[in-house]
Write a protein that binds this ligand. Sequence first.
Ligand SMILES: Nc1ncnc2c1ncn2[C@@H]1O[C@H](COP(=O)(O)OP(=O)(O)OP(=O)(O)O)[C@@H](O)[C@H]1O
Length: 302
Amino acid sequence: MNKLILSGVARSFGDIQAVRDVSFELPAGSTLGLLGPNGAGKTTTMRMILGILVPDRGTLTWNGEPIDLSVRRRFGYLPEERGLYAKMRVRDQIAYFGRLHGVHRPDDRTRADAWIELLGLRPYADRKCGELSKGNQQKVQIASAALHQPELLVLDEPFSGLDPVNAEILLDALRTLRTAGTTLIISSHQMWQVEELCERFCIIASGTVKAAGTLPELRAQWPTRVIEVEPATDALRAVFARDPLARALYTNGRATLAYEVPADTDAASLLRDLVAAGDVTRFERVEPRLNDIYLRAVGPAA
Ligand SMILES: Nc1ncnc2c1ncn2[C@@H]1O[C@H](COP(=O)(O)OP(=O)(O)OP(=O)(O)O)[C@@H](O)[C@H]1O
């Protein structure tokens, strides 16, 4: 099966160990959310996947081949530091980056126009890139990275700086790529967008993998249960307070109590105790969200 494999990858810069030990496998056609606090080593990992940085240790392969220049030409990259030719016009710029990756004329312009439509850039197509807002420049750069229909598209913080409408437009474009079978690696601090888009997640902190897998796999490793109860009264809070292992979580606009309880808690007897203590309008065992899993996985590194 075609896939990306990172095995024991490490990279330092002088005394700084940016990536200590990262291993994961990503089947071709799937979508990976690469998560981690600032300085975790995400960009360094992405640069090694793209063959821009050489690892000090470990191996990286795409469909069994080492990632050399010929493989790298089939990849696309939105780097963290954005860079466009300020004086070039939007359509020309997107087409130019496509040609650099082997898209011939007139396909370059046809594809550029399709991306301009997809990302809502039509009003800016003939404007110079330097005249566009930061968010629109970012969309131009995403189109430039994707024009040659890369096998693997790596996007470093693609949602940062986009307003909610543009973030939704980008999310739609990425869903289209996903449906077309493009393998996607996305680093982001925007949890709900990553949760919505990605099938797999790799959470790294201090250059090592803290948790990896699909959301059901990550949830299966979650050691406790989360219980939500309404209304949020002191009488119901007091029931949880009797269990020294119960820990209060969020309160959803103060209407809901959410507690983490040990996995072997007897939910039926907990519900009986709550009903005996007060009026319970809702009692639900909820699955932890990606954000909860992230916070637990990165721990003090966050
Ligand atoms: N070229 C470099 N020279 C020296 N140190 C570097 C270099 N690139 C990265 N680092 C250091 O390596 C560590 C990991 O950086 P990296 O950019 O990979 O993290 P990140 O997870 O992408 O962070 P962020 O979310 O803030 O973008 C940091 O301590 C960073 O300062």
